[in-house]
Design a protein around this ligand. Structure first.
Ligand SMILES: [Fe+2]
Ligand SMILES: [Fe+2]
Length: 200
């Protein structure tokens, strides 16, 4: 009697090519849209608590996340796929807790979500998805750094030393402070005059 060992036949047959990346694009759109709504609310809370430097950082990053959501949606459209309606859900707490939440969220995107989504997009050979995930990944790294610096400043009672001005690349969502901004986006080459500008 012959036994087939080590061969797994998926229930329902082979998955349609690209399904994982299609779902990942939708998950990324939900994640970025939720992050944007969340950071807008976190900005208002930071302003109420008397931290305009942290408020403007949240306002700029909220914009960056809409750029990512827009770019991911453009790839979904290009693939002829529709997005199901959804409602962003998040918790609004104190600015310190909101910063911890933001650092955790960015950390997940940087360390797990986007690297995994990029690997799947490479396996699925969907180049525009690789590109949009990669651009978002690099911008999220800057967000994590800014939020971490803001939390350290809050704890050290040096918030007033933080920048009051931020810039967001309109093409890739890369984010800069008045101290890190240059003539062009190092990620995508967009000129500074096309950056969104935020001032506290
Ligand atoms: Fe981000
Ligand atoms: Fe850029």
């Amino acid at each position: 009697m012959l036994l087939a060992v080590g061969i797994v036949i998926p229930f329902g047959g082979c998955k349609e090519k690209g399904t994982i990346t299609h779902n990942n694009l939708k998950a990324a759109i939900i994640g970025e849209t939720t992050a944007s709504a969340k950071y807008t609310a976190f900005a208002a809370r930071a302003r109420e608590e008397g931290y305009p430097q942290i408020a403007v950082l949240f306002e700029a990053t909220a914009k960056a996340e809409t750029v990512h959501a827009r770019n991911h949606k453009a790839v979904l459209d290009q693939l002829g796929l529709k997005m199901e309606p959804f409602i962003p859900k998040f918790e609004l707490k104190t600015t310190r807790e909101n910063l911890l939440n933001a650092i955790k969220g960015e950390g997940y995107e940087v360390d797990t979500m986007y690297p995994d989504f990029m690997k799947a997009a490479m396996r699925d050979r969907i180049d525009p998805a690789i590109s949009t995930f990669s651009m978002a990944l690099h911008a999220e790294m800057t967000h994590k750094k800014f939020f971490t610096a803001a939390l350290q400043a809050l704890d050290a009672k040096t918030v007033t030393h933080l920048p009051l001005e931020y810039f967001v690349c309109s093409k890739c969502g890369n984010t800069f402070s008045s101290e890190t901004v240059g003539a062009k986006c190092p990620l995508c080459g967009t000129h500074r005059e096309k950056f969104f500008h935020f001032k506290g």
